[in-house]
Design a protein around this ligand. Structure first.
Ligand code: DAH
Length: 363
C-alpha cells in the first residue's frame, strides 16, 4: 500500500515538471488535489489498509499531499511571474504603438503580483520524538528532569559505579574538556583542580543529580544530548540524544520495569509491538538487560535493540545517600535517534543533523 503512494508521487512530480501553461496547471490541480482527485482517493483507501500499517500510511499520504500542494503553489507563482511582464506590456504596446517588448529586458517589477506563499516552519523530528516521549511517560506519571551537558567525572562515572580504570572512562572514548591530574584518583566534585570536566557520555548522569536532590520515591525521565567521539557513518554520530528513566520506590521489581517498557513500546510503535529483555551488564544496574522492541518494518516483524535497563545497583543508591535496604528501583536509557529512525524509516543518522530543509520538511 505504501508503494502506491511512492508511485503516485513520482507520477505527479513527472507531470508537474511538464506543466507549461496555467491550463496545464489547473488540470494538474484537479487531477491530484481536486475534490475527486488522486489524493482524495489515497485518503479514502486508508480504510482498506491493514491496521498496523495505518499510521505509516496516513503519515505518508499527508506528507505527499503537503508536498504536492507546495509544489503546486510554487509552480503557480512561477507561471504568474513568467506571464506578468508580457501580460502587462501587451495593451500598453498596442496603445503607444512603439514600445519594445519588456520581456527582452527581463521581468518588470509588478507590485500587484501575488507573493510567494511563506513556508511554515516545524519542529525537528528529534524534538517531535522527545515531545512524544515526554507525553507517553508523562501519562505513566514520570516527571521530566534535566542536567548539564558539561559534566564532572563524579556524575558521569564515579557515582554510577564506574571505577577509575573502566574502559568507559578512556580519554579516547570521551570528550574530556579539562585533563585529569591523576588517572587513578576518582574525581571529587568541588575540590579544586581534581575533577575533570567532560561532555556527558550518557544521560545516566541525571539519575545521580535527581537522587542527590530529591528524597525517594522518584519517578522521572530525562532527555538530552550526549557526546562520544565516534566516527560519523550511517548509524554513528559524535552527538546524539538519549532518554533516561528512573523509578525508585519500595519493592520495585523487574516486572514493573518490563511493564513500563511494554506500555511505552505500545504507545510509540502500536499495540502489536512487543519487548524483550536480554541479560547484559552495566555497572549501575544489577541485574542489567538490553532492551529489544519488536516492530513492524515494511510488513516484517523484527527485534531491534534500542537501549539498556536494569534494577538500580545498591552501590548507586549508596553514592547518593539512599538506603539500599529500604529502596529499590529500575532505570533505563534509550537512544532517541534509534527510536526516531525506526519509527520514521530514516536510514542515515547524518541526515538528522545536516539541516537540509528538503529532508526536514518531510516530517
Ligand atoms: N547509560 C547507558 C549507555 O549509555 C544506557 C543505560 C543502560 C542506561 C542501563 C540505564 C540503564 O539507565 O539502566 O549505554
Amino acid at each position: 500500500m505504501l508503494e502506491t503512494i511512492d508511485q503516485l508521487q513520482s507520477q505527479a512530480e513527472a507531470e508537474l515538471a511538464d506543466v507549461a501553461t496555467p491550463e496545464d496547471l489547473e488540470r494538474f490541480r484537479i487531477r491530484y488535489l481536486g475534490s475527486k482527485g488522486q489524493m482524495k482517493q489515497v485518503m479514502a483507501r486508508l480504510k482498506e489498509v491493514p491496521r498496523e500499517q495505518k499510521p505509516a500510511y496516513g503519515q505518508k499520504a499527508n506528507a505527499l499531499r503537503r508536498r504536492l500542494e507546495e509544489a503546486y503553489q510554487q509552480r503557480k507563482a512561477q507561471l504568474a511571474s513568467a506571464a506578468g511582464p508580457e501580460a502587462a506590456a501587451a495593451p500598453a504596446a498596442g496603445r503607444a504603438g512603439a514600445r519594445a517588448a519588456p520581456a527582452a529586458r527581463g521581468p518588470m517589477l509588478d507590485l500587484t503580483e501575488p507573493g510567494l506563499p511563506p513556508r511554515l516552519g516545524r519542529e525537528h523530528i528529534i524534538t517531535q520524538t522527545i515531545n512524544e516521549l515526554v507525553e507517553v511517560f508523562g501519562r505513566m506519571g514520570f516527571d521530566v528532569a534535566t542536567g548539564p551537558e558539561v559534566e564532572d567525572e563524579h556524575h558521569n562515572f564515579v557515582a554510577l559505579n564506574i571505577p577509575p580504570h573502566h574502559p568507559a572512562r578512556d580519554p579516547l572514548d570521551n570528550f574530556y574538556i579539562t585533563g585529569r591530574d591523576d588517572e587513578t584518583t576518582p574525581a571529587t566534585p568541588g575540590s579544586p583542580g581534581s575533577p575533570a570536566a567532560l561532555l556527558r557520555s550518557q544521560t545516566s548522569t541525571i539519575q545521580i543529580r535527581v537522587m542527590e536532590n530529591t528524597a525517594p520515591p522518584v519517578r522521572v525521565i530525562a532527555t538530552g544530548r550526549v557526546y562520544r567521539p565516534d566516527e560519523h557513518d550511517a548509524t554513528h554520530y559524535s552527538m546524539f540524544h538519549q532518554v533516561e528513566g528512573l523509578y525508585v520506590d519500595r519493592q520495585v521489581s523487574m516486572v514493573d520495569l518490563k511493564t513500563t517498557l511494554l506500555q511505552f513500546a505500545h504507545a510509540m510503535f502500536g499495540p502489536e509491538a512487543d519487548v524483550k529483555l536480554v541479560p547484559s551488564y552495566f555497572p549501575f544496574t544489577e541485574p542489567s538487560a538490553e532492551l529489544y522492541v519488536k516492530i513492524n518494518l515494511g510488513g516484517q516483524w523484527q527485534w531491534m535493540e534500542i537501549g539498556g535497563c536494569g534494577m538500580v545497583d545498591p552501590a548507586v543508591f549508596e553514592a547518593v545517600g539512599y538506603d539500599p535496604e529500604k529502596w529499590t528501583g529500575f532505570a533505563f536509557g534509550l537512544g532517541i535517534e534509534r527510536l526516531a529512525m525506526r519509527k520514521y524509516r530514516i536510514e542515515d543518522i547524518r541526515w538528522l543533523f545536516e539541516n537540509d530543509v528538503r529532508f526536514l520538511r518531510q516530517f
